[in-house]
Design a protein around this ligand. Structure first.
Ligand code: SAM
Length: 303
């Protein structure tokens, strides 16, 4: 009798102990991409990023991020029109103009725009960045430095997308979506440029205007006018160490209003009081032309 009673009790205790151990490990574990972690944790344990405190997961100062963005966005604004109003008008008109062109003319127009963007980013940042088929078999698209050198500690890309507070609903957008990025504080950024995610981003971006100024950029959903806004396509490193890492950056309130139109992030709810959250990718070492960017999809935050 005793035997039958004791056995379930002992196994209950063991199960509870195992669950507590798992819960503790899970709490410390700040995963970036939810579906990916479930499938690949064991295979990629060697490529984990360890940081001691969440506050320390900033390889460069936020002021340096601000300076970089101000420089690039300033150059984009100069290209698009001195006060940003012209670029807004242009953005509204562009679809109609493009519709009247043949496919060839449209392709030439896009190629011209890409070459112009390349010159601009090369002049202000010293490198060019593009999407290409990944060097990792079956990994889809990746992001490459195609021209110029990237010194260690440089902002190389931005992770675009809709920003959800931890309590906001994202269930339907997250189904079969490998682009949902999780910040250390639980904020989620949906960088998918297709389907329902695309619709949500566009509608939030159109909602948020301040007078003549757009507060976010939605061109990354098709052809990014901010050339850095392709960070959601950076793949996870497998065997060799990552050459970039994610840094969370809350846009300071003093960030010039006319430059917000180049920020590739928008709040899901406009009632959220905190500053807009952006994610930048920062180089962990010097990167040479032709190299693919690789990040860590896993970060362990040890408290
Ligand atoms: C955020 S997306 C990155 C962009 C993706 N490569 C694409 O073409 O859409 C994450 C997905 O990329 C793929 N991926 C990323 N790193 C990988 C790797 N090292 N090996 C294989 N697949 C990878 C996985 O399918 C993962 O769910």
């Amino acid at each position: 009798m005793c035997y039958y009673l004791l056995c379930p009790i002992r196994s209950n205790v063991m199960i509870r102990a195992a669950l507590t151990k798992f819960q503790n490990k899970w709490r410390n574990y700040r995963h970036r991409f939810v579906p990916w972690i479930a499938l690949n944790l064991r295979r990629n344990e060697g490529s984990l990023r360890h940081v001691t405190k969440s506050i320390q997961d900033k390889p460069i100062h936020d002021e340096v991020v601000s300076e970089t963005l101000l420089k690039l966005f300033g150059a984009l604004l100069e290209r698009d029109g001195a006060d940003g109003k012209q670029s807004l008008k242009e953005t509204r008109l562009r679809p109609k103009v493009v519709q009247t062109k043949s496919n060839d003319a449209r392709e030439m127009h896009e190629e011209g725009r890409m070459a112009e963007s390349d010159d601009l980013i090369f002049q202000s940042m010293g490198f060019c960045i593009h999407r290409r088929p990944s060097s990792v078999p079956l990994a889809g698209v990746g992001v490459f430095i195609t021209k110029g050198w990237v010194p260690k500690g440089t902002v190389v890309a931005m992770y675009p997308g809709t920003v959800y507070e931890a309590y906001e609903p994202i269930f339907f957008q997250s189904l079969r979506n490998p682009f949902v990025f999780r910040c250390i504080d639980g904020v989620l950024v949906d960088g998918n440029d297709k389907g329902i995610s695309k619709l949500v981003y566009k509608s939030c971006s159109r909602r948020d205007m301040l007078g003549p100024y757009r507060l976010s950029d939605f061109s990354w959903l098709t052809n990014p006018k901010n050339p850095l806004a392709i960070g959601q396509y950076v793949n996870n490193c497998n065997d060799s160490p990552a050459n970039v890492c994610y840094q969370e950056y809350d846009v300071p309130r003093v960030f010039p209003l006319e430059l917000h139109q180049y920020l590739p992030n928008v709040k899901y709810s406009h009632e959220t009081q905190r500053p807009i959250r952006c994610i930048v990718l920062v180089s962990l070492r010097d990167i040479s032309p032709g190299e693919e960017l690789f990040s860590n999809y896993y970060t362990i935050v040890e408290s």
